[in-house]
Design a protein around this ligand. Sequence first.
Ligand code: SF4
Length: 289
Amino acid sequence: MLNPDFIEWINGLATLWPTAEIRINTNGTSFNRWPGLYDQLLKYQGRVNISISGHNEHTKQKELDTVKNFLKGKLTHQLGLTKTFQLWTWRNNYNNIRDPSWPDVNSLEDYYKLPDHIRHEIETVFKLNINNYLTYEEPVEDHEVFVDENGIRVGWARWNVFKTSAVTFDPTAQSMKLYNSDPKIAIQTCHGGHCAHIKDGKLYKCAVMGILPDMFDQKFPFDISEEDKKLILSYEPALPTWDDTKLNKFTKSLATRDTIPQCKFCPENPVRTKIYSTHHKIKVVRRDS
Ligand code: SF4
């Protein structure tokens, strides 16, 4: 919501993907920055939804009050979420691979009603595994969704469980390390592979691939071999100048969660940690270049 072209992004994405749900994930602090936002959401008839990721119980009430002021008319309030089907993401991937004779899937129940041979093909040939789109144990303690009388939804969830990713810090040596895993195992448990990352106009498979080169540039104290560094820097993000064939191949590989050699830098067994925010300020110091 700090992006000066925020509204343009909504319009652009909604036009490019006319059937997709567009979810705006925000920490809620800039919620009132866009006075025209409600009308934008209305224009897309509930297809563009906001989800506030709260990390802090202390600010929850303030954020919920903002949400209630933003929404209009009678609100429906939903609580809790134990099993989520990431339907929109799954369905987009399904639509990319489906044979015209295959039925529509609009819910988890529809998926389970698909004939066995179709489900088998989806999972084994296209590697579109439903389990990757089901979240049974949401790392959310607290989850509420408000829907107003125009169908505009704003959710609030407390996200305070974090998973270890590629980089580890050794406080004794004051250096940063990467894992040396079996890439095929690492990608099965990584969360990052679900989140393609746009940076400087380039599309990366995940934030890890987008951010590591920046960390090298900024001289973070990595203790890794030249060979590993070369492998990371050899990663090729998708560019807007690519032709359709190349771009489609890239996006398909995102949808099917293909392993890349660089996945070896992520953990095979990521550790989940709960982090509670406090009132203490974190000290941030500038790194010498
Ligand atoms: S490098 Fe591979 S395993 Fe690591 S976050 Fe990206 S997709 Fe996942």
